[in-house]
Design a protein around this ligand. Structure first.
Ligand code: MG
Length: 384
């Protein structure tokens, strides 16, 4: 049978226990949004991802995914987790045969955990990640008096992903809906029908980020070991000519002249990309995107920046900060700088606070001063 796997990632809750005032999956964890980390973990394993989102979070989440070149399907979050999952199941493409359901707040999920759940589904039709309980779990009565101590050896702490044959989980949800049953997770919906679910080995690292302490622990896990820092510098020049657009850091700026080049000639982004590639010792943009290649003719440099970011990401590098200087006599760039920072930060998956863009003139000296061209320099720090 031809299996077609999809993942459902729940970005759902209000994050009230996090006390951050925003959806916790939008928080940044070691330089990358929680939800982005969760979604990216599944991309090597599935044909597509459905993200269950609250209406008010949808624009931010969509921007986050688009900036990373991830095209997801979005489904509306419900009043409960169970409703969110049900809506997401209904939003799956018709070619889907198997589904992995994951809490967006489990951003540290690893490939091994995902692969073991998938193997469990292939042998048992339903499987979920779990770890042995380490604490003694005790049952209490209403007066908080101990009444029972289940044998710890038989207890497991549940995690996600939880994976299923699609028809199986869909019918379990429909049955629960018809019976008015509210379960704590998807496994519980099968369990009550007496259907077997294999629990596969999860990971202690696969934390559900619920409280500020969890964020600290997750950051520590992600940053364990001695980090490596690298610095890179980039420099670029493009000629100013009539009849071309002036695009700097992805912002189209009204001007009588524009920059000449094979791509959109975004000189600032070119300097930034060279700084990034330089820091990672991956050469320069000429090597990765040769201007003799017709596929790069007129291409948006922001698109190339996103490719450079992916290249670095694949090698384990993340941007700590970047500082870009644009040298131009005219026009005045100050009004465009907030948008420039936002564009760069969005594409790099960092916050605007990690990106600086500044503009300077040369007091009419040199080619920039004579308005023959614009130059840009960039310095970037990377962390592994
Ligand atoms: Mg260039």
């Amino acid at each position: 049978m031809n299996r077609m796997w999809y993942a459902i990632v729940l970005s759902g809750g209000s994050g009230s226990r996090m006390g951050a005032g925003i959806n916790k999956t939008l928080l940044t964890l070691a330089g990358r949004p929680v939800l982005l980390r969760s979604v990216e973990a599944f991309l090597p394993y599935v044909a597509g991802v459905v993200i269950a989102v609250r209406e008010e979070d949808r624009p931010a989440i969509q921007d986050m995914m688009v900036s990373q070149g991830i095209s997801a399907i979005y489904s509306p979050a419900g009043a409960t987790r169970q409703q969110s999952v049900y809506h997401a199941l209904k939003a799956l493409p018709t070619d889907c045969t198997h589904v992995l359901i994951h809490d967006g707040a489990r951003a540290l999920v690893d490939g091994g955990t995902i692969a073991r759940v998938m193997a469990g589904v292939e042998s048992h039709h339903a499987a979920a990640a779990a770890v042995p309980a380490v604490d003694t779990i005790r049952q209490v009565d209403n007066a908080e008096l101990a009444i029972n101590t289940p044998d710890r050896g038989t207890l497991r702490q549940m995690q996600t992903p939880q994976g299923f044959d699609l028809p199986l989980i869909l019918s379990a949800h429909e049955q629960a809906l018809a019976d008015g049953y509210a379960g704590t997770d998807d496994v519980s919906l099968l369990e009550r029908l007496g259907l077997p679910v294999l629990l596969t080995e999860g990971s202690r690292r696969n934390l559900k980020l619920t409280t500020p302490e969890d964020m600290l622990m997750a950051e520590a896990l992600l940053n364990q070991g001695t980090p490596t820092f690298r610095i890179g510098h980039g420099y670029d020049v493009h000629r100013l000519v009539p009849g071309r657009k002036l695009i700097l850091c992805g912002v189209e700026i009204p001007h009588t002249l524009g920059l000449l080049g094979h791509s959109d000639a975004d000189v600032a982004v070119h300097a930034l990309m060279d700084a990034m590639l330089g820091a990672a010792a991956l050469g320069d943009i000429g090597k990765h995107f040769p201007d003799t290649d017709p596929q790069y003719k007129g291409i948006s440099s922001m698109l190339l920046l996103s490719r450079v970011e992916k290249l670095l990401c694949a090698e384990g590098w993340q941007v700590v900060n970047a500082d870009v200087t644009i040298v131009a006599q005219k026009p005045k760039l100050l009004p465009y700088i907030p948008q420039m920072r936002q564009n760069l930060a969005g594409t790099l998956g960092v916050t605007p606070e990690q990106i600086n863009v500044k503009a300077t003139t040369t007091e009419r000296l040199g080619f920039e001063g004579e308005e023959l061209g614009i130059s840009a320099q960039a310095v970037v720090m990377l962390r592994k």
